[in-house]
Design a protein around this ligand. Structure first.
Ligand SMILES: Cc1cc2nc3c(=O)[nH]c(=O)nc-3n(C[C@H](O)[C@H](O)[C@H](O)COP(=O)(O)O)c2cc1C
Length: 400
């Protein structure tokens, strides 16, 4: 069984250990560009001992952002990103850019660009209908991922993580509930997987062999008629066969329809409602319990499902979800996972790994209250930390 704290290869790169900071949208890019606060956030994660930190998220097109304060990959963003990657490297960690298109999770009103979805549907986030891209527009989405990967390389990133989860665009195409297309991008599992596979191959052609390429894939959406585990296993097998990815990170849930499946633990209904504009807030009062449906927290809560992927795949896998202490990391290693990814526990204590190394019995102070979740609309942080980072002034994303 590999030791979680020894160096490990991830495609063409080597990480100093097997712990990756999972993507947690930072809310530190008010002008859609890197800020000193964003650099400080990732420097702190790197100084805390992770093998690699993940910048979240880097949209591949302006309309692929969840709102217009999010960074999107363009030449203008490269100098700031270069400062960020330099700062992370100076602390001895590697750095990955999470690349994706939010699709139906994009806020069209804020972006002032239509949200894309497999078909036309009402998007409550932007209070607009989505646009259904034709085949030529899908080809543009695919090449936007490749362009973004090239820019990530220019900016000094060691890796890119492609977002195939949470009902963002590629994941919405995987979902039979959201994808009713009758062209070659809809219908059979093979057709629904086409967009993800094309994106992975295009990114490989752009940066493969130089940057590590991972993808964050939904094992299941957790909504009636959504992507089921059986289909996702098939998609993962094709992704493995295509050989475009160096590792898969396994996730679950839908930012659109069932966000709490991503997290487990308490549903922060009140503070989430407070981030919504008034009419939506009233609507949320009526359906909030259903939307933020609670799942009891337990360590490694996605392991049972991830194990099935481990059984069927040979490629490196990253276990995610409720990993907060050395015992759970060791369980992941003993079950054959190559890396672990951690989100909330590191928001709570960025130096957790150092503490675990000096005392293996260390337990995380994260209470999975999930109050960090609504903070993405201002400045992402753990509300239990004694000294929360300074709030970025002025124009927050709230209520757009
Ligand atoms: C505040 C917050 C923001 C998040 N933002 C993203 C994101 O931008 N992209 C993504 O793929 N996942 C995002 N996630 C999900 C995490 O990457 C991870 O899947 C989830 O928190 C479960 O891991 P954990 O138990 O280690 O926290 C976010 C999670 C939190 C708590």
């Amino acid at each position: 069984m590999p030791d979680v704290f020894t160096p490990a290869a991830l495609g063409p790169i080597t990480l100093r250990n097997r712990v990756i900071k999972a993507a947690t949208f930072e809310g530190r890019t008010p002008e859609a560009l890197v800020t000193d606060e964003l650099i400080a956030f990732h420097r702190e994660m790197a100084a805390g001992g992770v093998g690699m930190t993940t910048v979240a998220y880097c949209a591949v097109a302006p309309g692929g952002r969840t709102d217009r304060h999010q960074l999107w990959m363009r030449p203008e963003a490269v100098p700031g990103l270069r400062r960020l990657t330099d700062a992370v490297h100076a602390e001895g960690a590697a750095v990955s850019a999470q690349l994706g298109h939010a699709g139906p999770v994009a806020n069209a009103a804020s972006n002032r660009a239509p949200a894309l979805a497999p078909g036309r549907m009402f998007n409550p986030l932007g209070m607009r209908f989505t646009r259904s891209p034709d085949v030529a527009q899908l080809a543009e989405v695919v090449s936007a991922h490749a362009d973004a990967a090239r820019l990530a390389e220019q900016a000094g990133f060691d890796a890119v993580e492609i977002h195939f989860g949470h009902n963002y665009l590629a994941s919405a195409f995987l979902s039979p509930r959201l994808n009713h297309r009758t062209d070659r991008y809809g219908g059979s599992v093979e057709n629904r997987a086409r967009l993800s596979r094309e994106i992975a191959r295009a990114v490989r052609e752009a940066v493969g062999g130089r940057l590590a390429i991972t993808a964050k894939l939904n094992m299941l959406d957790g909504v009636p008629g959504g992507l089921a585990l059986e289909d996702s296993l098939q998609v993962a097998a094709w992704l493995e066969q295509d050989g475009a990815l160096d590792a898969l990170e396994l996730t679950a849930g839908s930012s659109l329809l069932n966000p709490m499946l991503l997290f487990h633990g308490d549903a922060p209904r009140k503070s989430f409602a407070a981030t919504l504009p008034i009419p939506t807030r009233w609507g949320f009062r009526a359906i909030g319990g259903k939307f933020l449906r609670e799942y009891p927290y337990r360590e490694a809560y996605l392991l049972d499902r991830a194990r099935q992927f481990r059984r069927e795949l040979a490629m490196p896998l990253i276990l995610l979800g409720g990993i907060t202490n050395l015992e759970t990391m060791r369980t992941a290693m003993s079950e054959g996972f190559d890396f672990v990814a951690m989100g909330r526990a590191l928001l709570r204590e960025p130096d957790l790994l150092h503490r675990i190394k000096s005392d293996p019995a260390t337990r995380s102070a994260c209470t999975h209250c999930n109050e960090c979740m609504p903070t993405i609309y201002s400045t992402t942080r753990c509300v239990l930390r004694l000294e929360p980072p300074a709030r970025l002034g002025g124009d927050t994303q709230q209520g757009e």
